[in-house]
Design a protein around this ligand. Structure first.
Ligand SMILES: C[S@@+](CC[C@H](N)C(=O)[O-])C[C@H]1O[C@@H](n2cnc3c(N)ncnc32)[C@H](O)[C@@H]1O
Length: 279
């Protein structure tokens, strides 16, 4: 086992490392929701297109402040299916029965990802289009204005009306821009907060491709616990900084007579046996 860097910030436990190494250390049936945005390995019809850098694929050539590159984005179709299946099998193991697994994908990878989800053992339930509203106009063709959230469950879920909550079938919010954008494929916190509402306050959400930490920020804002994994040390640092800032802002919102909620809930995860932790 490689040395793994870990940070704990409020209700968030953050790991810098490979999902395939860290997920196996998490406890069976300990998690209430997965929301993850894996590298799409997309961006073109041919292998050569996919092999381009993430800057070329996901940022306009006019962008001045180029975002750091990230890895895992250039697999071909068959290897992408095999790789996704490996971590999906782990996600299925750590989720509680009936819990949801929600994954972002683009139109090209929808068929492969929905296959991988089922290889992982999940029941595929549907897709929610994410309307990015102000997508770039493209000459003589339709805009690439949507990405997709694929949702699935670990076995049957309670769909009865008793105590039910109700959720949208479509997501709509622009992607972050300007100073708010820290990652070339960053998802809006507003969209993640909407998705997370399928859990209750205090429950645990996992994002095993957390990038700049958007899901962690949404968890803090909606009072959920969070486990995040990011392989790239530059993005791990960005995620830690964003999540620490969100946690500080959350605590400063509290009325003066209410103590900060630092120890409000024990983390669900026990210490990870056999894993050397660097802090
Ligand atoms: C599409 S981005 C996620 C962006 C994120 N949703 C955000 O809002 O910032 C995918 C991330 O997964 C990371 N990644 C790629 N392979 C990984 C692996 N095997 N384990 C953990 N993270 C990985 C990349 O470094 C990248 O930051």
């Amino acid at each position: 086992m490689n040395r793994v860097r870990q940070e704990i910030i409020g209700p968030c436990r953050l790991f810098c490392g490979d999902s395939l190494e860290i997920l196996p250390e998490l406890e069976d049936e300990s998690v209430d929701l997965v929301v993850a945005d894996p590298p799409y390995s997309s961006g073109g019809a041919f292998r050569g297109d996919r092999a381009q850098s993430t800057k070329t694929k996901y940022q306009s050539s006019q962008v001045i402040d180029a975002k750091p590159l990230f890895s895992g984005d250039n697999r071909d179709g068959r290897s992408y299916l095999a790789w996704c299946s490996l971590w999906l099998i782990q996600l299925e193991r750590i989720l509680k029965p009936g819990a949801m697994c929600c994954l972002f994908s683009d139109w090209r990878q929808l068929p492969t990802m929905t296959d991988a989800i089922q290889v992982g053992g999940f029941v595929w339930r549907g897709i929610l289009p994410w309307d990015k509203v102000d997508a770039r106009p493209m000459p003589n063709r339709f805009r690439s204005q949507c990405e997709y959230l694929i949702w699935s469950t670990k076995g049957p879920r309670d769909f009865s009306t008793a105590g039910a909550t109700y959720h949208p079938g479509m997501l709509r919010h622009p992607a972050p821009t300007g100073n708010a954008r820290q990652h070339s494929t960053q998802k809006p916190v507003e969209i993640l907060a909407e998705i997370i509402k399928v859990t209750r306050e205090g429950e645990t959400v996992v994002d095993n491709f957390m990038g700049s930490g958007s899901t962690g920020v949404a968890c803090i804002e909606t009072d959920r616990q969070f486990i995040g994994i990011e392989k790239d040390p530059t993005y791990f640092r960005i995620a830690c900084d964003r999540i620490a800032k969100a946690w500080k802002a959350k605590n400063s919102e509290l009325p003066l007579d209410e103590p900060p909620k630092r120890k409000r809930q024990p983390l669900v995860m026990p210490p990870l046996p056999g894993m050397e932790i660097d802090r």
